[in-house]
Design a protein around this ligand. Structure first.
Ligand SMILES: Cc1cc2nc3c(=O)[nH]c(=O)nc-3n(C[C@H](O)[C@H](O)[C@H](O)COP(=O)(O)OP(=O)(O)OC[C@H]3O[C@@H](n4cnc5c(N)ncnc54)[C@H](O)[C@@H]3O)c2cc1C
Length: 285
């Protein structure tokens, strides 16, 4: 069992993990360190701090190449490569990202509860604005220009007491590491304690496609309920294939896929019937 990890988890900028039972508020780097320490107790697991830079399906299994020029031949692959979160490219956002400027209310909403909150977005942002109302009565939708909202959405926002601000957003300003205000292009500002921003997820590399995996319309790896991709022997778990990117989900999916891979190997080794339905034939030697 070989773990190849470049060590760039997407939540590293966050102070703490929200919504992870048993570890609420734990620093992401600490969770990673604990995971590594636990793995170290198992002699059958090797961990290498290295990036996989290429991969291809082979007649049997897969070939992976690493940044330190090593070729790895493997019978199965579990892709858990995460995704890139494309936070808005606005001045000040990077410094506050993962704390008072955030993409996920479930992850960081509690910390800014009852504060003056903003939601950056236009078309399709109504849902996120209404969602954030659960954390505060003071929520403003910032559309960064003329609002692209239909009459239904305007009515829903009005009923929830969410004003729509159409001024152009030029950036954010922090103070003492926390958001202080949203800055407008006209020179004005709006004091805010928290800002929910869109952060579309993208594949970090072409690795999944290089291995033959099909992607969904959303850009995630297409998997079944057990993490099986469209390629026999190739599994995926976590953000790279998830409908709802969260740490708890990633852990659950990884654990499920690992059990399926183990089952696969038993099918291959002993010729038993798969315990669970298989999307593709189990590869056999
Ligand atoms: C700022 C921020 C804050 C967040 N806060 C929360 C929160 O509070 N609660 C919550 O539940 N979720 C939160 N999330 C979402 C959460 O981080 C993800 O859902 C979770 O990290 C997904 O786990 P993963 O293992 O799929 O991906 P990741 O944690 O991103 O890990 C993927 C790993 O694969 C490695 N990797 C990628 N490509 C390669 C390669 N080619 N070769 C080798 N290694 C590679 C990466 O370097 C990384 O170590 C947050 C996300 C962001 C961006």
């Amino acid at each position: 069992m070989l773990v190849l990890d470049a060590g760039e988890q997407s939540n590293r900028p966050a102070h703490g993990i929200g919504g992870l039972l048993g570890h609420d508020g734990l620093a992401p780097a600490e969770l990673h360190a604990r995971g590594r320490a636990e793995l170290a107790a198992y002699p059958s697991i090797e961990v290498r701090d290295v990036r996989v830079i290429g991969g291809s399906p082979q007649e049997r299994g897969f070939m992976l190449s690493t940044a330190d020029s090593v070729q790895v031949q493997t019978a199965r692959v579990l892709l858990a490569t995460g995704m890139d979160y494309a936070a808005p490219d606005l001045p000040g956002v990077a410094e506050l990202w993962g704390a008072t400027v955030f993409h996920c209310p479930y992850c960081h909403g509690w910390e800014v509860r009852d504060g003056a909150l903003g939601v950056l977005g236009n078309a399709a942002a109504t849902h996120r604005a209404l969602l954030l109302r659960g954390w505060s009565a003071d929520v403003v939708l910032l559309t960064d220009g003329p609002a692209d909202l239909d009459a239904d959405e305007r009515g829903q926002l009005q009923r929830a007491n969410v004003p729509v601000v159409e001024r152009r957003v030029a950036g954010v300003r922090g103070r003492g590491g926390a958001l202080e205000a949203v800055l407008f292009a006209d020179g004005g500002k709006l004091p805010r304690d928290g800002l929910l921003v869109p952060a579309p997820l993208r594949q970090r590399s072409s690795l999944a496609s290089d291995l033959g995996a099909e992607l969904t319309e959303r850009g995630t790896v297409d998997v079944d309920a057990f993490g099986q991709t469209t390629v026999p022997g190739l599994y995926a778990a976590g953000d790279v294939s998830s409908l709802m990117p969260q740490v708890a989900g990633a852990i659950a999916e990884g654990s499920r896929a690992a059990a399926m891979i183990n089952g696969d190997l038993l099918v291959e080794q002993y010729g038993i019937e798969p315990m669970m339905p298989r999307r593709t034939a189990v590869p056999t030697g």
